[in-house]
Design a protein. Structure first.
Length: 557
């Protein structure tokens, strides 16, 4: 009994379509309600400056006589890294999402940093939410069962870390989201090779690539699968050569259009960008498995380990099964290839889709190994393979259900699935708004001793609010930071009258009212005196979720 027959009666009802709308409406409503709950991540000031800088540069290029340019440049100069941008540093970063966010700032006449960052959180969530709609389309395109597809999409939305970062990670989550849109149109082109599907694939691939240069793998995957078709069918190139050339020409057209840094010298600048970001220089240590290790020299198991410990165990189980059955099919099909045989690398279009997603997951791993790429901050630089892993999740569940013959066992599987759904919801509520510190049951109790926790600094905002509520109307409150995360960033999302109360003294000054730490360091703190907390300070506040300590505040006795 195949999965697409399991719910035939339900699928015949019009209520299923209503259920799909209800499902997405629910997640959209949740996002709208909670998007203001998340603190400011350490990367967000940089990205806001990126958007404003390129907004200024484009306006000055096309409207050089605009009177407000001088005022606007003075406004940008007050932002972090602005002078670096005007000196030519960081100009290679793709600005489209940051620029888009700035346009909305002006559209809604937003002038405060607090409101600007909350708007950015909302836009980031909407982008992720849109990717969920297209992920739904990808799974339904493969399995043609809306009930099953809703179930898989629920798990796509509710993996704790991905859910949290969908509000503030305007780089990795946004990149992942545009990859999903691109993949959908590529898979759709397997069903029907049309100029519309290919141009949309090229468009979203180009947008993804200017966000993170790793997006270029999407166009290479198209090339590889096109070549396989040509090798197996001599007339294939003749039939689809126009589509092939349109794909590449439109990809580079959109890439250049959306990436101002490429305008002056597209080829040379793209090559420069590729080599800069393929092995980005970040000269700090990473706390991993209880030790401090150079980010440029991490062990091979860094990414697999982070995926394992920061993902629910049920996901890991299904990932492994899905990867195994797909890899096995690919290997056996490859062995059976020969010039005299009529067998192909894939037997039908669904298998071709499965193999594409398999390559989508593993090709970045080989690229990282070849270029010895610098990675840090958990596996966030590879979040874009998450949709591929969730595709393997779906293949795995489908495989297991199709293998089961007993109706009673299937009922047990459905019951367990519902329990997993409830458990995911429970975790999201329990950890809110710090789902980003989720660790599964294997390591949760010892996570603080083994891994970085809140390297984004999301909880810093709550720590400052504790001091505000404790000190009341008192002003000139001094805070020293005894960790690497810049606490001063969080004042950007404070109310204006609260911001003036504080004096942030970095890590060097002593004898302050409070000492803050989130236990995130760029080097081993044993050898850095600036991170020592004097004995005459007493712990007065701790932010904790489950067994995970996120940050703490000490007050001078």
């Amino acid at each position: 009994m195949h999965l697409n027959k399991l719910f035939d009666k339900n699928n015949e009802k019009k209520s299923v379509k209503f259920l799909v709308y209800l499902f997405f409406s629910f997640f959209l409503l949740v996002g709208i309600i909670i998007y203001k709950d998340y603190g400011l991540s350490i990367d967000e000031p940089f990205h806001r400056t990126t958007g404003h800088f390129w907004y200024y540069m484009l306006i000055s290029k096309f409207l050089p006589n605009l009177e407000s340019l001088t005022t606007f440049k003075s406004y940008i100069n007050e932002m972090e890294w602005s002078y670096d941008f005007f000196d030519g540093k960081f100009n290679e970063y793709g600005p489209i999402f940051d620029l888009f966010s700035v346009l909305f700032e002006y559209l809604f006449n937003i002038t405060s940093a607090e409101q600007a960052y909350k708007l950015k959180h909302f836009l980031t969530f909407i982008t992720f939410f849109t990717s969920g709609i297209f992920f739904y389309k990808i799974i339904n395109l493969r399995f043609e069962n809306k009930i099953f597809t809703i179930l898989i999409t629920f798990f796509y939305f509710s993996s704790p870390r991905i859910f949290a970062e969908s509000f503030y990670n305007c780089k990795d989550i946004v990149f992942m989201s545009f990859c999903v849109l691109s993949i959908y149109y590529l898979l759709k082109s397997f069903e029907k090779t049309s100029l519309k599907n290919i141009i949309l694939f090229s468009l979203f691939s180009a947008i993804a690539t200017q966000i993170r240069v790793m997006g270029v793998q999407l166009i290479f995957l198209y090339l590889i699968f096109f070549l396989f078709e040509v090798l197996e069918n001599k007339n294939y190139f003749k039939k689809y050569k126009l589509v092939f050339f349109v794909c590449f020409l439109s990809f580079f057209f959109f890439l250049i259009l959306f990436w101002p840094f490429l305008w002056e010298n597209p080829i040379a600048n793209f090559v420069k960008i590729f080599f800069i970001f393929s092995n980005y220089h970040w000269n700090f240590d990473v706390f991993y498995l209880g030790k401090y290790v150079k980010a440029s020299n991490l062990p091979w198991h860094y990414i697999p380990m982070w995926i394992f410990v920061s993902t629910p165990l049920m996901y890991i189980f299904f990932y492994i099964i899905g990867i195994f059955i797909t890899g096995r099919s690919l290997f056996l099909n490859f062995l059976n290839l020969s010039e005299t045989s009529d067998k192909k690398l894939w037997n039908e279009k669904n298998q071709k889709k499965d193999f594409l997603m398999f390559f989508y997951i593993f090709s970045p791993v080989f690229i990282i190994i070849i270029f010895n790429s610098t990675i840090y901050g958990g596996w966030r630089h590879l979040y874009f393979i998450y949709p591929g892993l969730m595709y393997m999740f779906a293949l795995s569940v489908n495989f297991i259900l199709n293998k089961l013959r007993s109706y009673k066992i299937k009922k047990i599987i459905y019951l367990l699935t519902m329990l997993f759904c409830i458990n995911n919801i429970y975790i999201l509520i329990k950890l809110h708004p710090y789902q980003n510190v989720y660790f599964n049951y294997v390591v949760e109790k010892k996570a603080n001793r083994l891994f970085e926790i809140d390297y984004w600094g999301l909880a810093n905002h709550e720590a400052i609010n504790y001091i505000i509520n404790t000190e009341g109307l008192k002003k000139n409150i001094s805070i020293r930071t005894a960790s690497f995360t810049p606490l001063s960033y969080s004042k950007k999302i404070l109310k204006e009258n609260d911001t003036a109360k504080f004096q942030f003294d970095g890590t060097t000054n002593l004898n302050q009212d409070y000492v803050f730490t989130n236990y995130h360091y760029e080097k081993d703190p044993k050898f850095l005196k600036k991170y020592f907390i004097p004995k005459d300070y007493k712990k007065v506040f701790t932010i904790k979720r489950g067994n995970i300590i996120i940050n703490e505040i000490y007050k001078k006795n």
